[in-house]
Ligand binder design. Sequence first.
Ligand SMILES: *Cc1c(COP(=O)(O)O)cnc(C)c1O
Length: 397
Amino acid sequence: MNVPHPDDALAASLSAAGTDRIVYDLTGIERQFDALADELPGAHIRFALKACPEDEVLRALAERGAGFDAASPAEITQALRTGVAPARIHYGNTIKSDHDIAEAHRLSVRTFATDSVEDVRAIARHAPGSRVFCRLATSGDGALWGLNRKFGCAPDDAVRVLDTARAAGLTPAGLSVHVGSQQMTCEAWQQALDTLAETMAALAGRGIALDHVNLGGGLPALGYRDRRGNPLDPPLDKILTVLREGMDRLRGLTPSPLAFVVEPGRHLVADHGAVRAHVSRLTRRRQPDGTDVYWLYLSCGKFNGLYEMDQLTHRMVFPGHLDEREHVHAVVAGPTCDSDDAYGDGRHPVSVPASLTSGDPVWILSAGAYATSYMTQGFNGIRPLPCVCVRGQEGHD
Ligand SMILES: *Cc1c(COP(=O)(O)O)cnc(C)c1O
């Protein structure tokens, strides 16, 4: 549900808010979790907590049965605060120092992502006896954020990495992929599943039988718009079908039971968080080429909640102007002195009510993912947005 119904908890909280904030609908997040668990039976859901590191959200997910994909000792500590067992937390970042590994081990985490022999040797020394899963590289094609090049290795290198792990006294437990964040195509998943199958066969040839496959993140949110303001409309149902079929196929490749892990980040939280911001100013300026351009400056932008505005735009609701007939095309931008702080590179105007004035509230929808984690501390003196969680009919203020 990317469009808040006027009487739901999110809309109620947004309309009651007198000042800027980000609001999460815990009930919506829980429903999203349940829906994914129904769609992918047999897959363990490990929420990638960087997408929304808010204690209340993490606690709600943990109570529903989620575990966590953590990327640092601080994230592990935050995940443990929910009361979840350390066995439901894995260290999913391939990049970690000796100190990070030792800290994770001290915090009782025993499962680590890796993609290099150097990292495996460090895990063997600082987290002896642990389970490792090797991340395979993907192209990132079809995703809004590819996550390629920096992570993952080729299938033959994964065999070398897991062989090294076994020789070093670790358990070569699994393989992982990440098809790129907000992945829009089924083909990317198909390709990742092919690479997993190929690598599993090569590992079997070395006498290594995995006990799990981690399909990573990348599942899309449904409420985003592209840079020009058109709905993105990802084929979620088809993607889930490809995943179910792929899981069956991989299960058929090993005689021993194969468990699956998924690490959704944005898919669980994006459409259930919204920002209440306000209009700073609607202006019209003549450009050096003689054309007039409208700019709508909001109190919230790239540095205080809408970090992903380089690739996408959000649906906006101006609650005081719902019946307004007269609209203008305006480039929408945040409040700072940085020219990157603008939607669509500052090049794609969208339709906004013509009579917007300073102070008018605006609701920015499907803004729940990577919002609080990417907020700067005080760029141009702008403080991070306060975060409010609502549930049912509570949370009005
Ligand atoms: C960020 C991240 C995720 C979550 O990605 P989404 O695209 O938000 O689902 C999952 N796994 C790993 C290893 C990540 O780094």
